[in-house]
Design a protein around this ligand. Structure first.
Ligand code: NAP
Length: 325
């Protein structure tokens, strides 16, 4: 039976199954890990709490993934998931709610059952950091958005602000401008950290930039009407009428499962891995955004592949047996 045919035998729920390795999270790191793990012959499943693709699916345009000069995030991840499915089963809607080590096995609990495995690859990604200002929670989904591609369309022709100065904020502002929003970027410093080519694109487009400014409050009863902005140098507060606030102020790693296993993390909560993507806990590996680093798709794919091959080395010990013959 080919690996692809083998992967075709799918079950509806998790039930109670045993694998060499369970991969948690089906973003670029988890999908690459699944492909590599199956190709070296490990039995494996990918558990995904939502749908495959991770945060990339919310990215309007990807220009730096080799082989694709310009592609929508959703399209790239659909292709990656389809490729992975040829090798490995991806169980969607299966959030791992508990991960413990019992003897020489890991036990993973999901809403539909329990799995055991000899090894685990964590590719759980990260989630959007909040601004933590008044009005943000109350107006979430009512003009406060963390996903310009998902929600931008509703604000065509309206004044909107994008908060942040990284690649996401600038990419989002270009997207919103391209669909006809009147965009102003609000950034807390006087320089962006985004890539230069994105800064150049913003400078060429009709996008306002409000530097040295933070959002103090998001104002509105049922929907967003305005933002209160404070200049950090002068403390002057100004109210700007807007229909939406797109928040793009970085990512927080999804590392609760790693914490449960006692895995070492850096002060930002990102899982610490070595160059082979091993964590400090034997037979647990991490890749993608949860492991920090440059947080690029190409790096996530690399990390997933390395984690899977390190897992193979540790479980099959191919080099150990050869050198001791
Ligand atoms: P990021 O690079 O961490 O940038 C976050 C931005 O938000 C920074 O400008 C930061 O300001 C600002 N910020 C953070 N906390 C804030 C707060 N409480 N209030 C106001 N502003 C705040 O995050 P990102 O842009 O989401 O990017 C995450 C990763 O994904 C990066 O590695 C990025 O390169 C990658 N990415 C890549 C692409 C691409 O290559 N096409 C697209 C999107 C994302 P300071 O600058 O002052 O710290």
């Amino acid at each position: 039976m080919s690996v692809a045919e083998d992967a075709g035998s799918r079950s509806e729920s998790v039930g109670h199954a045993e694998y060499d390795v369970v991969i948690v999270g089906a973003g670029p790191a988890g999908l690459a890990a699944g492909i590599y793990a199956r190709r070296v012959g490990l039995s494996c499943v990918v558990l995904e709490k939502g749908v495959p693709g991770g945060q990339v699916i919310t990215s309007p345009k990807i220009e730096n993934y080799p082989g694709f000069p310009e592609i929508e995030g959703m399209k790239l991840m659909e292709a990656m998931a389809e490729h992975a499915r040829a090798y490995v089963e991806i169980k969607e809607g299966e959030e791992v709610v508990r991960l413990v080590k019992t003897g020489d096995r890991f036990e993973l609990t999901t809403p539909s059952g329990r799995l055991t495995s000899r090894a685990v690859i964590l590719s759980t990604g990260s989630y959007h950091r909040k601004l933590e200002v008044p009005g943000e929670d109350k107006l979430a989904g009512k003009g406060v958005s963390y996903c310009a591609t998902c929600d931008g369309f509703f604000f065509k022709g309206r004044d909107v602000v994008v908060v942040g100065g990284g690649n996401t904020a600038l990419t989002d502002s270009l997207y919103l401008n391209s669909i006809g929003c009147n965009v102003a970027i609000v950034h807390r410093r006087d320089v962006f950290r985004a890539d230069k080519h994105l800064q150049d694109s913003v400078a060429e487009r009709d996008v306002d930039v409000i530097y040295n400014t933070v959002v103090e409050e998001i104002v509105g009863d049922d929907v967003v009407n305005a933002v209160k902005l404070r200049n950090v140098n002068t403390d002057a507060v100004d109210t700007k009428q807007v229909g939406a606030v797109f928040i793009a102020v970085g990512e927080v790693p999804t590392s609760q499962l790693a914490a449960e296993l006692g895995i070492r993390m850096d002060p930002g909560g990102f899982v610490v891995v070595d160059m082979s993507h091993r964590t400090n806990v034997p037979l647990v590996y991490a890749a993608g955004d949860v492991a920090g680093g440059i947080r690029q798709i190409v790096a996530a794919v690399h990390g997933g592949a390395v984690a899977a091959l390190s897992c193979f080395e540790d479980l099959a010990k191919p080099y150990f047996s050869r050198s001791t013959r």
